[in-house]
Design a protein around this ligand. Structure first.
Ligand code: SF4
Length: 341
C-alpha cells in the first residue's frame, strides 16, 4: 500500500515513538514485526474511565485454540503470561496509583500459566491477600471454568460477582463446527451451580448468530438454551467471514438478512434478561465503586461488584473508595437507581 510508510508488530507497538523517530530519519519504508512464536509477555495496564477508579490489567496474551472463525491465533501468537511472582508488586503499584478495581484481562485469560501457576492460583492469591482492590474477570472460556474458579468467584470478597463467558452457540452441532472445546450441557451445569451458590452473580454471554450451517433449529436451540439459563445479559455478534479462517470456506452460508434477524431476536432476549436480573436486585445492598459524576444532574454513576450500573442522587462527588448502596428501583430508561446507606 503506497500510503503506508511503516508497519509495526504486536511487540513493537510499545516502542512506536522511538521507532517512528528512527524511521523518519531514514527515507525508506520500514517493516518491523517480530516472529509471533518468540514473543515474550508485554505487561500493560490502562485506565478504564476518567475517574481512574478501574483499570484493565493484561496478565495473559495469545491463544492456540484455533476456533474455526477466529483470526486471533494468527495475530497474537501462542499463550504467554505475566510471571506469577510479579503480580504482588503490580497489584500494589496499581493500588498506590489510586485505582480500586482491576479487570484481569487476556486473550484467553483462563489459560494463564506461569511456571505451573494457573488462573485459579491467581484467584487464590487474590482471595488470600488484601490489596484494597477488587478484581473483575474480563472473560473466561467455558472449558476452563472449574470448581475452584467457581468457588473463588462465589465466595471471595475481593473477586467481583460477575462472569462473562463466550458461549457462542447453544447448539452442540454448531459448537463442534466452531471447534469450541465444551458442550452446552457443561456450561449449563456450571451456570446452575454458580447461581445456586450465589444468586446475585451477574453472568453475561457472548453469542454469534448466523454461523455457517446454523439452521433454524440450531438457532431455536440457542434461543431456548439461553432463555432457560439464569444469565443476565448477552453480547450478540453477527457472524462475518474472516479471511484465512476455516469457517470462511464452510458451505451453507446463512444469508446476511437472516443473520441480522437472529441478532435482533437475541438482543431483545438480552434486554428481557437484563431487566429480569435488575428486578431480582431491588432492595439488595452492594458495594459500589464510583465512576463519573454529573455536576449538572447531581448524579454519581458507578458499578457494583455484580456489575449493576447505578445512578445515585448526591450533591457531592463520592470519593474513590467502596460505598455501600441499596438498589431502589429501575427507572423508565431501565437504569438502576440506588441510594447510599
Ligand atoms: S475465539 Fe478465543 S479461544 Fe477461540 S481461538 Fe479465538 S481467542 Fe482463542
Amino acid at each position: 500500500m503506497p500510503e503506508v510508510n511503516a508497519v509495526y508488530g504486536i511487540k513493537e507497538k510499545f516502542q512506536i515513538p522511538e521507532l517512528l523517530e528512527a524511521d523518519f530519519q531514514k527515507s525508506n519504508k520500514s517493516i518491523e514485526v517480530s516472529e509471533l512464536t518468540s514473543l515474550n509477555f508485554d505487561f500493560a495496564y490502562s485506565a478504564d474511565n476518567s475517574a481512574r477508579s478501574r483499570c484493565f490489567l493484561k496478565i495473559q496474551d495469545g491463544c492456540n485454540y484455533r476456533c474455526s472463525y477466529c483470526t486471533i491465533p494468527n495475530a497474537r501468537g501462542n499463550p504467554r503470561s505475566i510471571p506469577f511472582e510479579q503480580l504482588p508488586e503490580i497489584f500494589r503499584d496499581v493500588s498506590e496509583k489510586g485505582f480500586r478495581e482491576i479487570v484481569l484481562s487476556g486473550i484467553n485469560l483462563g489459560e494463564y500459566n506461569s511456571n505451573n501457576y494457573f488462573f485459579e492460583d491467581v484467584l487464590r492469591f487474590i482471595a488470600e491477600n488484601d490489596f484494597g482492590l477488587r478484581f473483575r474477570i474480563s472473560s473466561i472460556e467455558p472449558n476452563l471454568i472449574n470448581d475452584k474458579i467457581i468457588n473463588y468467584v462465589c465466595n471471595s470478597n475481593s473477586i467481583c460477582k460477575h462472569l462473562h463467558i463466550p458461549l457462542q452457540s447453544g447448539s452442540d452441532i454448531i459448537l463442534r463446527l466452531m471447534k469450541r472445546r465444551y458442550t452446552s450441557e457443561k456450561l449449563y451445569n456450571d451456570i446452575l451451580s454458580i447461581k445456586s451458590m450465589n444468586a446475585d452473580i451477574c453472568i453475561g454471554l457472548d453469542v454469534i448468530t448466523g454461523f455457517p450451517g446454523e439452521t433454524e433449529l440450531d438457532f431455536q436451540q440457542t434461543y431456548n438454551f439461553i432463555e432457560n439459563l439464569p444469565v443476565s445479559y448477552l453480547h450478540v455478534f453477527t457472524y462475518s467471514e474472516r479471511r484465512n479462517t476455516p469457517a470462511a470456506d464452510f458451505p451453507e452460508k446463512i444469508p446476511m438478512k437472516v443473520r441480522k434477524e437472529r441478532t435482533s431476536i437475541l438482543k431483545q432476549l438480552s434486554n428481557n434478561k437484563l431487566l429480569a436480573f435488575y428486578q431480582t436486585q431491588i432492595g439488595k445492598t452492594h458495594e459500589l465503586l464510583p465512576e463519573k459524576y454529573s455536576d449538572t444532574e447531581k448524579v454519581q454513576f458507578g458499578h457494583t461488584s455484580n456489575y449493576l450500573n447505578c445512578k445515585i442522587k448526591t450533591d457531592r462527588k463520592l470519593d474513590n473508595s467502596f460505598h455501600l448502596v441499596q438498589i431502589n428501583e429501575i427507572d423508565s430508561d431501565n437504569k438502576i437507581i440506588a441510594t447510599l446507606i
